[in-house]
Design a protein around this ligand. Structure first.
Ligand SMILES: *[C@@H]1O[C@H](CO)[C@@H](O)[C@H](O)[C@H]1NC(C)=O
Ligand SMILES: *[C@@H]1O[C@H](CO)[C@@H](O)[C@H](O)[C@H]1NC(C)=O
Length: 258
């Protein structure tokens, strides 16, 4: 059925691309940039933890009462694998209680929808580096999240029901300017809309583009999608403007465009 197609598509992508994080990890490990952080930041009190989390789009904190548990070395290895994520570690009891942590927990905090996701209890005990990497890849949502098989499923796990997609070729000359404006617009829609970038130059994204019945000649375009009822609309554009994003969103909510 048409209605479930987009979700189904994401699931298929997710299942067929299961090896992606390991491949990515190898690439990262081969880089020897001396500025790359070497380990997670120690968070020894509540103000330090709050400041650390508030400063970034995505923070992953290991709350470890026991630093000898098997997941700790795997947690450390994530720092190299996700250069765009900030990693912290804490064993301070006040920090634990501030974040309502009762046992060894890995938490992902993100700004875009103000979520705190937790891996704890049995789930944490049975996790390995591959699964931890998968958890971070899926939930690594930003002001503007680039669509791929991993983030595609994370977008559907968010409480935010409306997704706005900018479908554009990242290699095109107009990309930089439009992306900058789109990023600025995203901050104004915090907790209302998840902003997504779909690179039309990537083969795997062709199915997502045709889901919205867009032809290559109509790009760049905006698409808006509501997860609860799979309603969507599209708007081919010349360039991104805040006014246009606002009008497209308002019109969609009013139901005028469908
Ligand atoms: C936290 O870890 C440090 C470094 O291993 C250790 O010295 C300290 O005793 C630990 N604190 C608690 C409350 O376990
Ligand atoms: C911890 O839990 C309490 C009660 O459920 C809640 O009010 C508070 O906001 C939580 N703290 C954090 C940092 O999530």
């Amino acid at each position: 059925m048409e209605v479930t197609q987009f979700r189904y598509l994401l699931l298929v992508l997710l299942l067929t691309c299961g090896l992606a994080p390991e491949v990515a990890a190898e690439v990262e490990e081969s880089s020897d940039d001396p500025r790359a952080p070497r380990g997670p930041v120690w968070l020894t009190n509540v103000p330090a933890a709050m400041e650390f989390i508030a400063a970034v789009e995505v923070a992953v904190i290991g709350f470890f009462q026991d630093l000898e548990i098997p997941i700790v070395p795997a947690f450390h290895s994530m720092v190299q694998e996700f250069p765009d994520v900030s990693f912290g570690i804490s064993n301070d009891s006040e920090v634990f209680s501030h974040y309502n942590i009762t046992g060894n927990t890995i938490s992902l905090f993100r700004l875009v929808d103000n979520e705190q996701l937790k891996l704890e209890g049995e789930e944490l005990e049975s996790i390995d580096a591959t699964k931890l990497s998968h958890f971070i890849s899926i939930n690594n949502l930003r002001w503007v999240t680039e669509y791929n098989s991993m983030t595609g499923s994370g977008l559907f796990n968010s409480q935010i029901e409306i997704h706005l997609l900018l479908i554009i070729d990242k290699a095109s000359p107009e990309y930089e300017k439009n992306m900058h404006r789109y990023q600025e617009a995203a901050k104004l829609f915090q907790k209302k809309v998840l902003f997504v970038l779909v690179d039309s130059g990537v083969m795997e994204n062709q199915r997502a583009i045709s889901y919205f019945r867009l032809k290559m000649s109509q790009l760049p375009a905006l698409a808006i999608y509501r997860t609860v009822d799979d309603k969507w609309d599209t708007l081919p554009i010349k360039e991104v403007t805040l006014e246009q994003v606002q009008n497209f969103y308002d019109g969609f909510l009013e139901g005028k465009l469908l």
